[in-house]
Design a protein. Structure first.
Length: 113
């Protein structure tokens, strides 16, 4: 049985007393399957912006060529950390989705699948 296969309609037919729980899990599946990682990416961006800002304001000497290079490096760090956060958010959503499918398969076994 594949981890990503679960027939919701058959589960609803076989376990009508648990239909509210199955429908709640279906909503969670919809949310997790469309997760884009933007929330986690935004959190990483805010933290890295704060760290870069603190570094530039408190630990940097304001010499003209050096400050431009530090700002460029800061933007690069912010961009890379945002992408790492986005990929981490997508990866965690996929892990949660897999865990939810496995949970549904164990709670509501369907014969023949």
């Amino acid at each position: 049985m594949n981890d990503y296969t679960f027939n919701m309609q058959r589960a609803l037919n076989l376990y009508p007393e648990h239909s509210s729980h199955i429908l709640q899990d279906m909503e969670r599946i919809k949310q997790l399957s469309t997760e884009c990682g933007c929330s986690m990416g935004a959190k990483f961006m805010l933290v890295s912006t704060g760290i870069v800002g603190i570094y530039i304001v408190f630990f940097n000497k304001f010499v003209f060529p050096k400050i431009l290079m530090d700002i460029l490096i800061g933007f690069t760090i912010i961009f890379v950390s945002s992408m790492i956060g986005k990929m981490l958010g997508i990866g965690l959503a996929k892990l949660r989705l897999t865990q939810l499918y496995r949970s549904l398969q164990s709670k509501y076994p369907i014969q023949g699948e």
